[in-house]
Design a protein around this ligand. Structure first.
Ligand code: FDA
Length: 335
């Protein structure tokens, strides 16, 4: 299946090196990635926030294997949080009222192992992430831990729980409706009062842990969405699937749950038409805005979700070649 192959490529080092050096690679990434620097991320966040969107800024990076790289990622998040705290929108509103951050624990050290052992170095992760969380608390900015493949689900939730029990409450998790365990995890998060982002899940998972059929993933999405709307704390309903959006709006209406009790979330560059429509209809909508130079695996997962994106990407590459692209220059590549 093309989806499986694209997910395989997203994890393949040779393919990563080849693709990142290919001509036009950067411009193709720009469809889904706001740029490479903190300045780029802040500029994109400001533009969206000034239109009324919430934003979650993500510094791209994952599966980091060296402490130095993990510390650099931590430094970037500290810089980013300080910038969010010091910036204002055009009307003077502090940017932090609209903008929070998302991060991946394997970017912060969850994939770094204690020498000679199979265990990850939790003390290192705690220290590296600790300064990020301290900076976020100081500025009262919320931090979301993205969820990675099922190999990390339990350790991510355990780590999250240990922080929560220690009194760190400006954090939230992500749960994936393709995982069979998600209902139980959602109930756990609701019992804590922790905020959950619900998504379908973007990795290749085996049948014993994950539903394989779209209908089952969608049915579980609706099931868990209802539990989170009824019992959770300000859930983030993260999807571009119009059926999921309708199910959420209908359930909220049926149960008289106000629009202020939850938010929709979508990815930068994906279904901008829907993003604007939801905003216009009075819903809270947050756009997930990734930036940074480690865009390859993120981009490949976006291809896997919608292989038709490959067409736009190929065209972007051709546009920079002497052939000039299938549609010629200047055509918008809106979703
Ligand atoms: P689905 O895949 O069924 O798509 C429904 C429709 O949406 C498609 O028909 C198409 O129109 C549109 N669409 C979806 N993806 C598209 C794309 N890439 N390009 C263009 N159109 C597209 N996953 C994860 O495992 N861990 C995480 O932490 C997160 N975090 C996260 C945050 C936010 C804000 C969002 C929106 C998503 C995530 N995801 C994620 C990704 C998520 O798991 C899932 O892979 C994608 O959102 C695609 O699923 P949909 O719910 O959009 O439905």
């Amino acid at each position: 299946m093309l989806r499986d192959f694209l997910i395989f490529l997203s994890e393949n080092d040779k393919a990563r090196r080849f693709s990142m050096n290919a001509p036009g690679a950067r411009s193709m990434a720009r469809r889904f990635v706001a740029g490479e620097t903190v300045d780029d991320g802040i500029a994109a966040a400001k533009a969206l926030a000034e239109q009324g969107f919430g934003v979650s800024l993500d510094v791209l990076g994952e599966s980091v294997k060296s402490r130095e790289e993990a510390r650099t990622a931590g430094d970037t998040y500290v810089t980013l949080l300080d910038r969010i705290a010091s910036e204002r929108m055009a009307d003077g509103t502090p940017l932090r009222e609209k903008v929070n951050v998302s991060l991946k624990l394997t970017q912060m050290g969850q994939d770094i192992h204690v020498d000679g052992s199979g265990d990850y170095d939790e003390a290192f992760l705690r220290e590296n992430l600790g300064r990020v969380l301290d900076t976020a608390s100081k500025h009262d900015i919320f931090v979301r831990f993205d969820m990675e493949s099922s190999a990390y689900t339990q350790r991510t939730l355990d780590f999250f729980r240990s922080l929560w029990d220690a009194g760190v409450h400006n954090i939230g998790v992500v749960l994936q409706s393709y995982l069979r365990r998600t209902e139980a995890d959602a109930d756990m998060a609701s019992s804590l009062g922790a905020r959950v982002r619900l998504c379908k899940g973007a990795y290749k998972e085996p049948e014993d842990v994950a539903f394989q059929e779209k209908t089952a993933v969608d049915a579980n999405y609706v099931h868990v969405m209802k539990r989170l709307l009824s019992d959770g704390t300000y859930p983030g309903i993260a999807t571009h699937d119009e059926a999921m959006l309708e199910a959420t709006k209908n359930y909220a209406r049926e149960k008289s749950i106000p629009v202020s009790a939850y938010e929709f979330q979508m990815l930068y560059g994906v279904r901008r038409d829907l993003q604007h429509q939801l905003l216009k209809d009075g819903y809270n909508i947050r756009v997930y805005v990734p930036f940074g130079d480690a865009w390859y695996p993120y981009l490949m997962r976006r291809m896997a979700e919608r292989p038709a994106n490959l067409f736009f990407i190929v065209n972007a590459v051709l546009r920079e070649s002497p052939l000039g692209g299938l549609f010629g220059k200047g055509r918008s590549n809106r979703t």
